[in-house]
Design a protein around this ligand. Structure first.
Ligand SMILES: Nc1ncnc2c1ncn2[C@@H]1O[C@H](COP(=O)(O)OP(=O)(O)OP(=O)(O)O)[C@@H](O)[C@H]1O
Ligand SMILES: [Mg+2]
Length: 315
């Protein structure tokens, strides 16, 4: 099972450390770092730490591509991203003793030819039985139904599709005739798609059951510190683990998606799927970027994940 991740709207995180942020003042930066980001790229980075090779696809601006090239080289991630003439958007993070101030830039509008080239690359590379992870939001200029179209194309050839998106891209994909095999919304994304707030577990189960009835095989609804619910047509599990060391919650969902992928490669049952994806997510919380601790640490976390069977057989 080859693994591909698609990131149409990547970003570079530029983190600037300051003593104290004062609006209107001139500051001297303590330090600065650039990190390649974007949800599918984060997922590929976590998979590489676990020892699973993957191929990244999507769109990168050639003007500031160096952090991506460095990450792909360091982790032996196969790079099939299209380059376009502009730059990848930069998300500025100003960190001082009071916390982090985020300034997110709008992405460069993509040209139809760039999107077509990405579709052609997927078409040429993905075979029956491969896993394709469609991750994140869409850049300006990208057709909002692109995931829906890709799901038809990829499932039509027998690939397994995992979707982790939000807003209009998620809505188009879940309203389509052919649904992804696996979906990983967080509570907010699920509620936004559903069109009303979701507070109680029975509401999550109701909404997720609607998707399972329409052809989704597995739904993982992540709930931040509250853990996640894992649902199939015959089983329902809640899983979570207290995090003792939280460096950064950014990308916890992307790590959880990597854990789902790792468990699928093992052909695992739902208990192991829930344990491994929770261990990936909680393991990542202890790292500043999209990285995992060593394998034995992840296995120890997986063993200590608390699971509760809400429906179905004990594995
Ligand atoms: N503070 C926390 N304590 C314990 N576990 C956490 C915490 N935050 C996240 N997790 C774990 O990570 C999983 C994914 O987190 P979350 O629901 O925040 O994903 P997300 O909103 O998709 O994140 P992102 O899109 O930023 O990567 C949760 O289901 C949970 O297992
Ligand atoms: Mg997410």
């Amino acid at each position: 099972m080859a693994v591909f991740t698609l990131t149409l709207n990547p970003a570079i995180d530029q983190t600037v450390m300051l003593d104290r942020l004062i609006p209107g003042e001139v500051h001297r930066a303590r330090s600065m770092r650039l990190d390649a980001g974007g949800k599918g790229i984060n997922t590929a980075s976590c998979l590489a730490d676990w020892g699973v090779p993957s191929t990244v696809m999507g769109l990168l601006g050639s003007e500031n591509v160096a952090p991506f090239d460095a990450l792909f080289a360091a982790k032996s991630i196969v790079d099939r991203c299209q380059r376009h003439a502009g730059s990848t958007r930069v998300n500025l993070k100003l960190v001082d003793a009071h916390g982090t101030t985020d300034i997110n830039m709008e992405g460069t509008a993509v040209a139809p030819a760039g999107v077509d080239a990405v579709i052609a690359t997927l078409d040429a590379q993905v075979q029956a039985g491969d896993l394709v992870i469609l991750s994140g939001s869409l850049p300006p200029g990208c057709p909002p139904d692109i995931y829906a179209r890709l799901i038809v194309m990829l499932r039509g050839r027998g690939a397994i599709v995992l979707l982790d998106s939000s807003g209009p891209a998620l809505r188009h994909a879940l309203d389509g005739a052919v649904l992804p095999n696996i979906v990983k919304p967080n509570l907010h994304e699920l509620a936004e798609w559903h069109g009303s707030p979701i507070d109680a577990p029975h509401q999550i189960i109701e909404v997720a059951t609607g998707l399972l009835d329409r052809g989704v095989d597995l739904i993982a609804v992540s709930m931040g510190a509250q853990g996640a619910l894992f649902l199939t047509r015959s089983e329902l599990l809640r899983a979570g683990l207290r995090a003792h060391n939280v460096e950064s919650t950014v990308g916890a969902g992307d790590a959880m998606v990597a854990g789902l992928a790792a468990a699928l490669i093992e052909e695992a049952g739902l208990d192991r799927i829930a344990r491994l994806s929770t261990a990936f997510a909680v393991g990542k919380l202890g790292c500043a970027g999209p990285h995992l601790p060593a394998r034995d640490r992840i296995e120890a976390l997986a063993a200590s994940v608390e699971t509760e069977i809400l429906m179905g057989e004990k594995q």
